[in-house]
Structures are given as structure tokens and as C-alpha cells.
Ligand binder design. Structure first.
Ligand code: URA
Length: 230
């Protein structure tokens, strides 16, 4: 099916609307020319099946697995990373490498478990050589992220690193400047935090170090969650 035909499937003012059943659903958003319509997915499984065949950007050509997300589909906290690395590409699961193990420890330090979180990335396919995803790649994938946020409906979104902040909110400020500050985006509470991979490169735990700052930030997240739950 051509992109034009795919687009026309979303044209609700069409005199001859095509029923959902008649749609070639697997094909619809895999072309970057076709926007991912908010509300199109009924389940995360539907979204995942599109991601697995997605060719909206060039990352689709080199992936082993599309990495959609893991954790509680109704979690109060959503964690958004940059994009899959090698371990994630191989397993199809986000944050399972060294950075992911550190993330798990950080969450566990304030008694947050997999049950409390849903973890995903701005881009679902691994950028070659672990480079930063381009703005076009982030944009091509953004509809999936927006749908994940809509479906999980988290109370708090943690944005790990500047790429996650920029990919979701468009805010281009450096992470050192904005980490630890609550920001509101689309009526949701977001907290930019350091990317765990950055912490792996900065071993110091001294006051004012990235690890120390992360400890402050994750405690603030825990406090906020407790407040929201009250
Ligand atoms: N880094 C990320 O940003 N995401 C992952 O899933 C793994 C490493």
C-alpha cells in the first residue's frame, strides 16, 4: 500500500470512510509520511507489533529488535531513556545493560520496583554505534512515545538525559542545568535526571557529584510520589 493510500485511511471526512476492520492495520504508521494518530492503539501489544515492522526512519533497517518498553503498563512512574544500546537491541528490552542495572539500583534505593515503573525510550531502535538519535529519528518515533504515555498514563515521567528531555518536550537546555527541577509538560509532571550511563562515567559520590545529585533527585521523586498517593 502506498503512503498516500495509508494517509487516506485516516481521512475521516472521506465520503466513503473505511472501517477499522478494512484497514491494513499492520501497514498504517510504518511510513514516516503517515502520522501516528493519537488514540489509534488500544493496547501496547498493538503498538509493539507496529514498532516491530516499523520503517519510519533508517534505524529500522539495522535493528535486531525494536525495543518498546518493559514494566507495569499502569505504572505511576514512567522512565524515558534515549534509545536502545547493544544489549537492548539483542534482547528487545530497554535498560538491561550496565546503565539499566544502575538505574534499577537507583530506583531500589527509594524502594521503587519494576511494579512502580514503566521504562521506555525516545527511539525504539538502536542508533548504530550508540550515537545520539537524530531529531528526525526522534520525531519519526515520537508518536509511539506519545501513545505509550497516553496508555500508561503515569503520574510522573522521569526523563533520563538531555536527549530524552529534548525528544519529549523540545526543551534544548543542558541536563546539568535542569536536572532535579520539576517541569510540567502536557499537564504531566516530569523530572529531568542524569542518564545512568553518565553516572557510570563519573564514579565520585562526593557532595555535588553527579551520583550525589541523582540521590537528591530520586529522593525528591519518592517524596512526590508519596504526596500524590496520599
Ligand atoms: N540507554 C538508554 O537510553 N536506553 C536504554 O534502553 C539503554 C541504555
Amino acid at each position: 500500500m502506498s503512503s498516500e493510500e495509508q494517509i487516506s485511511l485516516f481521512n475521516l471526512s472521506s465520503p466513503d470512510p473505511i472501517s477499522a476492520q478494512a484497514m491494513d492495520f499492520d501497514q498504517i504508521p510504518t511510513s514516516a509520511k503517515v502520522p501516528i494518530t493519537p488514540g489509534v492503539y488500544k493496547t501496547m501489544d498493538e503498538l509493539a507489533s507496529h514498532c516491530k515492522s516499523c520503517q519510519r526512519c533508517d534505524l529500522g533497517a539495522s535493528r535486531i529488535n525494536a525495543v518498546v518498553g518493559r514494566g507495569n503498563l499502569h505504572a505511576e512512574i514512567m522512565i524515558v531513556g534515549e534509545g536502545p544500546g547493544q544489549n537492548e537491541d539483542e534482547t528487545g528490552l530497554p535498560f538491561v545493560g550496565k546503565a539499566g542495572q544502575l538505574l534499577e539500583k537507583i530506583l531500589a534505593s527509594v524502594n521503587l520496583t519494576e511494579q512502580d515503573t514503566y521504562i521506555c525510550n525516545v527511539v525504539k531502535c538502536r542508533p548504530p554505534g550508540n550515537r545520539v538519535p537524530t531529531p528526525d529519528e526522534s520525531e519519526a518515533c515520537k508518536g509511539y512515545l506519545m501513545e505509550q504515555i497516553r496508555m500508561v498514563d503515569p503520574k510522573i515521567i522521569l526523563l533520563t538525559g538531555a536527549t530524552a528531555v529534548k525528544g519529549l518536550t523540545g526543551d534544548k537546555r543542558g541536563i546539568t542545568k535542569i536536572r532535579g527541577q520539576w517541569m510540567e509538560w502536557n499537564d504531566r509532571l516530569c523530572m529531568p535526571i542524569f542518564h545512568p550511563a553518565y553516572l557510570l562515567r563519573n564514579a565520585s559520590r562526593e557532595k555535588g557529584s553527579p551520583k550525589w545529585l541523582m540521590w537528591q533527585d530520586i529522593q525528591a521523586v519518592r517524596t512526590k510520589l508519596d504526596e500524590i498517593r496520599r
